[in-house]
Design a protein around this ligand. Structure first.
Ligand SMILES: C[S@@+](CC[C@H](N)C(=O)[O-])C[C@H]1O[C@@H](n2cnc3c(N)ncnc32)[C@H](O)[C@@H]1O
Length: 177
């Protein structure tokens, strides 16, 4: 990670942001695969490159379905499979060629920093959401406007992200189950 990334994330941790906004929010730090919350206790579940990226969606999506009330919204983003497929291990960055097979995309273990990341086929997210009682309302592959600054330069440069999708965003609603 770059020094800019570290600085940016330290400056905007949740506690600092809550204080700056002057709002009263309860923070709970836990793993998203299994939570202690009662069934149907949330209106919205949101993950921004969080539990949906670093835990298996086989575990997180059923857990979200359990804790969302009927009609509740689930919004999340993950690494786009195109980004994962293009990742060049030797260069440690996304490339303009395919380096990995699509059909076996799953858990990615990074030997450099020991991190674990999940990037699944788009159809896997669709099928898991449908199987857990969600209706998919939107699916976005954002393209940054030219000149967009990034603190994620080692994830994707602006030039790369102008040509290929770096992230996949999904909004789903719990409509059944
Ligand atoms: C790349 S950060 C993104 C956080 C935030 N959205 C941001 O932009 O600063 C990844 C976050 O995922 C969280 N995380 C990783 N594994 C998790 C899991 N199994 N359950 C819940 N959160 C997890 C980490 O604690 C971290 O806060």
């Amino acid at each position: 990670m770059t020094a800019d990334f570290e600085r940016n994330h330290r400056a905007w941790d949740a506690r600092t942001a809550i204080e700056a906004a002057g709002v009263d929010v309860r923070l709970v730090h836990l793993a998203g695969e299994h939570t202690p919350f009662a069934p149907a206790s949330f209106d919205v579940v949101f993950s921004d490159h969080g539990a949906m990226s670093f835990a298996s969606p086989d575990a997180t999506i059923p857990e979200v379905a359990r804790i969302l009330r009927p009609g509740g919204v689930f919004a999340f983003n993950v690494e786009h499979p195109v980004h994962a497929l293009s990742w060049d291990d030797a260069a440690n960055g996304p490339s303009r060629a395919l380096h990995h097979p699509y059909f076996t995309l799953d858990r990615i273990d990074d030997p450099l920093d020991g991190s674990v990341n999940f990037a699944r086929r788009i159809s896997t997210y669709v099928e898991l959401l449908l199987a857990n009682g969600f209706t998919i309302e939107r699916m976005l592959e954002p393209r940054p406007p030219a000149g967009t600054p990034t603190t994620y330069g080692d994830f994707a440069t602006e030039a790369w992200a102008r040509d290929f999708p770096a992230e996949l965003m999904i909004r789903a609603r719990r409509t059944a189950g």
